[in-house]
Design a protein around this ligand. Structure first.
Ligand code: NAD
Length: 321
């Protein structure tokens, strides 16, 4: 069995390699070759923790396995990150455990890769201003991956806790792109692409604040009850997602569906755009919205890529198991 530690992941895989892996598995999902198994998430009644599994199988790449992990709110006091995860991959021919991979950094990279894929396929070519809503742990990964997709000339950002915006300003400095903290009114009026990545439970961005032609990647809503944008915005947009079943139950779409503003059949899986089964954006004025909920297959795709890279670079740690 191959072990790729959390520390090793950072040396092995780039955001671009994660994007390729995620793009491939979304396409595989669209061809019906890859599917996610039902998600398990439980409050375990100890340490206030939420623990669960995301799993699936991709018949094209033969990635089979699961991501196990969750949220331990007391971890920060112990010098650990609150979100903890590990990916296990299994041999699809024999069921033997093939690899164990640290999943914390990979989770941030695969989530950023998903919104970057949506920008690659759905944002207008001439986008110049990137809007960020959110400035937590995931936000800087999102920003870096998005900046690679278009020739952005400016970053505008808003966060519920403004004091956290410094980490995004730092990315702007790193890339030599001007950064400005703005109101949500200005963000909506100026941004060509908007990424939201917060843990909000009520809408932050209103439909009236968003211009025609904008692409939004709503990445924070991954649980029943969470919400980052007004449901009316989904009604005004063409809605894309990673997986429809998740979008309508735990994604941003849950609210628009429950209010009858959109129907399940209106939501397009991004994989269909990648495989060209769906045209994606069809006009410069269309608002496109990617409801990114985060599927297990993304985790398996980037973890498999990390294992392949570890083997190729001769740094794979193999244990007898
Ligand atoms: P974090 O705790 O580091 O940051 C939380 C962010 O939400 C910060 O910007 C904070 O200011 C903001 N926030 C907190 N309370 C708020 C409120 N009441 N109203 C508005 N904003 C508020 O979290 P993170 O790790 O950056 O994750 C952000 C979100 O992304 C979480 O909801 C997480 O579950 C979700 N997430 C989604 C995926 C996916 O695949 N879609 C993957 C990982 C994380």
């Amino acid at each position: 069995m191959i072990v790729v530690s959390e520390q090793a992941v950072a040396e092995l895989i780039t955001p671009a390699e994660c994007l390729t892996a995620v793009e491939k598995v979304f396409a595989s999902m669209a061809r019906g070759s890859a599917y996610n198994f039902p998600v398990i998430r439980e409050a375990i009644g100890h340490a206030d923790a939420l623990y669960g599994f995301k799993s699936g199988f991709d018949r094209e790449s033969l990635a089979l396995g699961l991501k196990s992990g969750g949220f331990w709110p007391g971890n920060l006091e112990k010098g650990l990150t609150n979100h903890q995860s590990t990916v296990f991959l299994f041999d699809a021919d024999t069921g033997r455990c093939k690899a164990m991979i640290g999943g914390n950094l990979l989770t941030a990279l695969r989530t950023a890769a998903a919104s970057a894929v949506s920008i690659r396929y759905l944002a207008r070519r001439d986008c110049r201003v990137l809007g960020m809503i959110g400035a937590g742990h995931q936000a800087a990964f999102q920003l870096r991956a998005a900046l690679d997709q278009r020739c952005f000339e400016r970053i505008v950002a808003w966060n519920f806790h403004p004091e956290m915006l410094g980490r995004l300003a730092e990315v702007g400095r790193e890339r030599g792109i001007p950064f400005e903290e703005v109101s949500l009114d200005r963000l909506g009026a100026e941004a060509d692409v908007i990424i939201s990545i917060t843990s909000s439970f009520s809408p932050l961005l209103k439909a009236s604040q968003v211009r025609p032609g904008t692409h939004l990647a709503c990445m924070g809503t991954d649980t029943k009850g969470k919400q980052e944008v007004e449901a009316e915005l989904l009604a005004a947009a063409t809605v894309f997602t990673d997986e429809v079943a998740q979008a309508i139950s735990i994604g941003e779409s849950q609210h628009a569906i429950s209010r009858g503003l959109i129907q399940e059949k209106d939501i397009v899986e991004i994989g269909a755009v990648i495989t060209k089964a769906h045209p994606g954006r069809t006009s410069e004025h269309e608002i496109t919205l990617f409801d990114g909920t985060g599927v297990g297959l993304q985790d398996l795709a980037v973890a498999s890529a990390a294992v392949d890279l570890a083997i190729a670079k001769g740094v794979a740690v193999e244990i007898d198991f």
